[in-house]
Design a protein around this ligand. Structure first.
Ligand code: NDP
Length: 500
């Protein structure tokens, strides 16, 4: 247990403003991936808890929607202030439950704080449009209306940031929320619920139900009163959720995997490119949806890049992320380790050349946790599975190319379309690349990670289904457009007929 940072031995659900044990009375251990110590126990809730949360949300939402948006936003602003006050504690807890190094944990918590202040500002915008009517003495406008109760299902890799991307716009727009966090990382959700409570969010506006995806997640989809499901996670689960929501005509927003690539052209600043690749490939141990897992390198700089990357990889410190000197933390769990290991075998069998890493770390303190050596393959061809499938670990494939056109074609050849990047000093190549790379996010002279919360986040093809998290675009997920016509002519005017 972690007495200094979290008092509870067992977390509780947060339903209708009250802290409650799960009706199943079942729990699972939450384990620190850095040393396999048990941190706390998480409820394994049942359908009954989801039903209670949904009916609390439904009841609360009616009044919440009538609170003026600027007042709703003030509560979000307080949430941001409280998160700021608690930033260091939240960051340490995040490192303990997820494993990411403390510097990155602080960055993730900061993302949540930024989102709170940004969405608090939306309380005084939530812009609709006014537009001329085709008829005399008639006024036309569109306004955003809340959808009602929204369901949020979040993953373990960004347990607080992704939750804020979804819950903050939902709340400021006048919805109530039922939120199922990942069972691997419930502590951030527990802490965020406490912050909502302290900030004065009315009871029932946010409800947190812990438990497995197959029980709690599926129960949420079955609730008719939950009108939207916003999900981030694996492609496989996302597709299942989309199918079930489709049958029920439930709106669904999906943000799923990536097979993100960095392009290094022959005129690139190689020092910068190496830094960008290391940060986006091995940060969060490669377990970001935007993690760089392919590098298309111009053949004329391939050997230089290989040498430089190998040298820098050898310097990476791997261990418990609470130690400020550590650069790469553990993998979330044994399943994750096994999945990464299996892809190393696949890469070798496919004929890729292993330059660095490629194994589980078992020496010294590494034996106590889930550690995988940062890995670099070269001479990878675009059709190999390691160049096509999401590995979700610290594994990079170098693919030699002869031209920008070839690099772009390879980038676009995968199932996913989340993030891509190009290192070059040639402005013509920059603009051609940003136009032709088929991804929702494009970086120039930076790695594939580093999204800012006021821009839309999401991807094309198998990465999503056309929706975006964060930015103003997030409001589209949690609102319905309502068209309002006000006729002040005193007579019946028929659109398309009584037009002069
Ligand atoms: P999942 O997609 O299984 O989990 C994401 C969330 O969905 C969790 O809260 C999970 O709950 C929930 N969930 C699982 N099954 C269902 C279901 N049938 N109905 C509703 N909700 C469900 O991802 P994993 O954690 O298992 O990771 C597996 C792989 O997914 C990774 O290796 C990676 O490739 C990818 N992934 C991608 C992410 C991204 O950011 N794009 C994030 C996380 C994973 P619970 O876990 O509590 O059961």
């Amino acid at each position: 247990m972690t007495p200094k940072l979290i008092k509870e031995e067992k977390l509780r659900n947060f339903i209708n403003g009250k802290w409650a044990a799960p009706s199943s009375e079942k729990y699972a251990d939450v384990v620190n991936p850095a040393n396999l110590a048990t941190l706390v126990q998480v409820p394994l809730s049942s359908m009954q808890d989801v039903e209670k949360a949904t009916s609390a949300a439904k009841k609360a939402q009616k009044d919440w929607a009538l609170v003026p948006a600027p007042q709703r936003a003030e509560i979000l602003f307080r949430v941001g202030v409280l998160m700021k006050e608690k930033k260091e504690t939240l960051s340490q807890l995040l490192t303990m439950e997820n494993g990411k190094v403390i510097e990155e944990a602080r960055g993730e918590v900061q993302e949540g704080i930024d989102m709170a202040f940004y969405m608090a500002g939306e309380g005084r915008r939530l812009f609709g449009q006014t537009t001329p009517s085709e008829l005399k003495d008639k006024f036309a406008m569109s306004v955003r209306a809340p959808v009602g109760v929204v369901g949020i299902i979040t993953p373990w890799n960004f347990p607080i940031a992704i939750a804020t991307w979804k819950s903050f716009p939902a709340i400021v727009a006048g919805n109530a929320v039922v939120w199922k966090p990942a069972t691997e990382t419930p502590i951030m959700a527990f802490e965020l619920a406490k912050i909502f409570e302290e900030a004065g969010l009315p009871e029932g506006v946010i409800n947190v139900v812990f438990g497995s995806g197959s029980t709690v997640g599926e129960a949420m989809i079955e609730q008719d009163d939950i009108r939207v499901i916003s999900f981030t996670g694996s492609n496989e689960v996302g597709r299942t959720i989309a199918g079930k929501c489709g049958q029920r005509l439930k709106k669904v927003s999906l943000e799923m995997g990536g097979k993100n690539a960095v392009i290094v052209m022959d005129d690139a600043d190689l020092t910068l490119a190496v830094e960008g690749i290391l940060w986006s490939a091995y940060g969060t141990s490669g377990q970001r949806c935007t993690a760089c897992s392919r590098v298309m390198v111009h053949e004329s700089v391939k050997e230089q890049l290989e040498d430089r990357l190998q040298n820098e990889i050898a310097k990476l410190t791997i261990g418990n992320g609470l130690d400020e000197s550590i650069k790469v933390g553990p993998i979330i769990n044994k399943n994750g380790l096994e999945k990464i290991k299996s892809y190393i075998q696949v890469g070798k069998e496919e004929g890729a050349k292993l330059l660095s890493g490629g194994h589980v770390l078992k020496d010294g303190n590494h034996a106590k946790g889930n550690y995988f050596a940062p890995t670099l393959f070269t001479d990878v061809t675009p059709d190999m599975r390691i160049a096509q499938e999401e590995i979700f670990g610290p594994v990079v494939s170098l693919i030699p190319v002869k031209s920008l056109e070839e690099a772009i074609e390879i980038n676009n050849s995968v199932e996913y379309g989340l993030s891509s990047s190009i290192f070059t000093r040639d402005v013509n190549q920059v603009f051609a690349a940003q136009r032709d790379l088929d991804t929702g996010i494009v970086y120039v002279n930076a790695g594939t990670t580093g999204a800012e919360i006021h821009l839309p986040f999401g991807g094309t093809k198998g990465t999503g289904n056309g929706h975006r998290d964060s930015g103003v675009a997030a409001l589209d997920v949690f609102t319905e457009w309502k068209a309002v016509y006000v006729d002040f002519s005193g007579k019946l005017q028929r659109a398309q007929i009584d037009v002069e």
